[in-house]
Design a protein around this ligand. Sequence first.
Ligand code: AMP
Ligand code: GLY
Length: 429
Amino acid sequence: MKILVIGSGGREHALAWKLRQSSHAEKIFCAPGNGGTSEIAENVAIPASDFGALVRFAKENHVDLTAVGPDDPLAAGIVDLFAGEKLRAFGPTKSAARIEASKIFAKELMRAQKIPTADARTFSNSAEALCYCEQAKFPAVIKADGLALGKGVIVAADAATATSAIDEMMNQGRFGEAGRRVVIEELLRGTECSLHALVDGNNYLLLESARDHKRALDGDQGPNTGGMGAFSPADNWNSKLQARFETEIMQPLLRGFVQEGVKFRGLLYPGLMITSEGPRVLEFNCRFGDPETQAILPRMKSDLLPLLEATIDGKIDQCTIEWDERVAVTVVLASAGYPGKYETGKSISGLGDAAKLEDVQIFHAGTKRGGDELTTAGGRVLAVTALGATIEAARARAYEAVSHIHFENCHFRRDIALSAVTANIGKLS
Ligand code: AMP
Ligand code: GLY
């Protein structure tokens, strides 16, 4: 089969890497890909936003399956367009992608199905939102309704912070259309956990759990980022929570989709807060997590390709997944300045030595190849994953690999998975 992976991040490198291991994969293309995907696939210089060129490419090159990595093209209806051209694409339709692209749509669906989540009010009028702030309880969380590159969520300690966030979003158009409506919700306390499910319209199959590290600096300090590291399985997850998650969240969600007349086919990734009262939904994503994918896929022993196909064909109930029992730890190396304005064009060295280490896999994100030279070309540059029998072993190996890699002003967190070191992870009780 010929496969096209759309996107250019670490998640897409991990997807291409995993799909390439399939005995059914004859050729992999990445559009536009990065310096890592160019080594295992053919990079095609088409941005993920140029749907017309992507459709033409898929037709001319007889692509059998397209896997869409990022949320933006899904929210803009790329899968509908491909389907209209009789091209097979993995990912939800525009209507189904609203579960991530509109926090208000997601909240309403959760409310209708009594899915546990933060209590929330939604506003499309800024005067009403501002007035609500006068009597709301703080801290509270202000969220832009639409996609805002991960920057549309503000934890407001007091009414003044909330008021300025609302003003920026609703009156000053900080996120354009995405911020014209807002959700104001209670702050949930606990620890976060990322779940991934292949959903085929009727049934779902869960992947192993993972934990992301969203803040830029050690000790969960600094601004929120796309994710500075991850590990799988999550130390705060167990079979009791999973049973509750399935009955209180996944099953009602699927019922909600049916009632809305929406067929969700693709990867659904609920972001959860594990509170003292059980799992609560923070958000639903309609695509693989980044960097969670770089920690989860190296643990997947089964072939990913038939799983994607079964999802599209409504046959995920016929599938199972075999997992490596070992723990995976992924450390992200970022450019100076990330998640703000960051440096690019720095020469990267040491990857060869890092990659030689056993049980290490290096995924590229913001890298570019020019002749023999590999340079930085994005905020998150590389994701280094190591497998280990214990969390300590996986961490030690991941950081050993990181120590071989150099580029000017590289920054990374030194505490990825540290909180899990003493926990009994990997054993669902
Ligand atoms: P979201 O895009 O809704 O997942 O929000 C991004 C991040 O903001 C989450 O991963 C959490 O770290 C944080 N967050 C969002 N909503 C809440 C909430 N109600 N309580 C606490 N933290 C939240
Ligand atoms: N790691 C967070 C996300 O993919 O949204």
